[in-house]
Ligand binder design. Structure first.
Ligand code: ADP
Ligand code: MG
Length: 212
């Protein structure tokens, strides 16, 4: 993986988030305050706009730069969470000019850990972590086993989707939705949805025309 791949992934995620605008909007209107789509779209725009600044940087520096930018760009609860995700990924990749799948998997896990720490949250609380934690654990396992790219991406997508859907039956114990108690039941968490959309976008990008 190099920084060009990171920028391409950001562009793919941006397009996928925009394509899912209506759904994401309606989820945060139902159990949040309706700004999640705008927050995430703004974050994607900020990353894509950094393109020419990012391309000369090593992946580690590029992720740190993205994280710093997002801290000051995305509002809401998700801004500091997603910002610290990228900064921690960048720190984990220091000294690795072209990380392989296993190194990337470890960095992703470090990023997800940063969200857990900053959000004081874990699985089962009806947040983005319900998608990010299991998907990142699965990536660690599959990358460690040397799984081929097609299999790995198909399994990651299935994991992200089932865990996103599972948030529908959860009561929130973190974020705005926790004020709703049982009234949040029946609604997918918006952050879980955007996380699943991002996983799909990156996996689809990685498997376009790929045979291995
Ligand atoms: P806000 O809740 O401030 O309006 P957003 O709408 O952008 O911010 O983001 C809401 C999403 O953030 C939720 O759907 C949830 O996935 C995630 N979230 C909220 N609080 C936490 C937390 N403590 N830890 C992890 N994720 C959280
Ligand atoms: Mg919101």
């Amino acid at each position: 993986m190099n920084t060009h791949d990171i920028v391409s992934a950001a562009e793919a995620v941006q397009a996928a988030i925009i394509a899912n605008e209506e759904h994401i909007e309606s989820l945060d209107r139902a159990i949040g305050d309706g700004d999640h789509f705008i927050n995430v779209r703004r974050g994607c725009e900020a990353i894509v706009a950094l393109r020419s600044d990012l391309l000369p940087l090593a992946p580690s520096e590029a992720f740190k730069r993205i994280g710093m930018k997002l801290l000051s760009t995305i509002g809401g609860a998700s801004g500091p969470l997603i910002g610290s995700f990228f900064i921690s990924m960048g720190k984990a990749l220091e000294g690795l000019p072209e990380p392989d799948a296993r190194q990337f998997a470890h960095a992703l896990a470090a990023g997800v850990d940063a969200i857990k720490t900053r959000g004081k949250a874990d699985v089962g609380e009806k947040t983005m972590l319900d998608v990010l934690i299991p998907t990142s654990r699965l990536l660690l396992r599959l990358a460690g086993e040397g799984s081929d790219r097609g299999t790995l991406c198909a399994k990651l997508k299935a994991e992200a989707e089932s865990n996103m859907l599972a948030t529908r039956d959860m009561i929130a114990t973190k974020g705005r939705a926790h004020f709703l108690g049982e009234r949040a039941l029946g609604h997918i968490d918006p952050g879980a949805k955007t996380s699943q959309v991002a996983v799909f976008a990156v996996c689809d990008l990685l498997t376009v025309g790929a045979t291995s």
